[in-house]
Ligand binder design. Structure first.
Ligand code: HEC
Length: 116
């Protein structure tokens, strides 16, 4: 006797119900794996914004990041990281590498919008 032959109250074979549950679990796991990185990137950017506003806006406003692309020093995410690392030591704060990344993430989302 296998479980596939058992019939549950609503008439559906137990095995089908079990498969349904398995798909639901898989679906939830996939949804979570898609959402979790986005949620953490958003947290990063939010933290980056606070860091930027606290330590970087002594010299320039975020308006600086809106200058025409041709005049900007930032053409890629790597350039952006280079600039953030270049200026971070000029602040009163000693930035960790996570904090650098958070600021990069904030500025890229709020201004540069570079894919790479
Ligand atoms: C001591 C003053 C000063 C501080 C503090 C400072 N910056 Fe700047 N930053 C500048 C100046 C001046 C420029 C323009 C340099 C140029 O055009 O050659 C600049 C340029 C930049 C650029 C390049 C802008 C572009 O699109 O070309 C980025 C990105 C940047 N800063 C990020 C930051 C971040 C992030 C912080 C805080 C960690 C920070 N800066 C702190 C003075 C400062």
């Amino acid at each position: 006797m296998t479980s596939s032959l058992k019939i549950s109250i609503d008439g559906k074979p137990e095995r089908i119900r079990e498969q349904g549950r398995r798909w639901l679990c898989l679906g939830l796991a996939l949804a979570w794996s898609a959402i979790a990185p986005i949620a953490s990137a958003q947290q990063d950017a939010a933290r980056g914004r606070v860091l930027y506003e606290t330590y970087c806006s002594g010299c320039h406003y975020e308006k600086l990041h809106e200058r025409p692309r041709a005049r900007s020093l930032v053409k890629s995410q790597a350039d952006l990281r280079t600039q953030v690392m270049r200026w971070a030591p000029q602040t009163m704060h000693s930035f960790s590498s996570e904090e650098i990344e958070a600021v990069v993430s904030h500025l890229n989302r709020s201004h540069y919008k570079l894919d790479r």
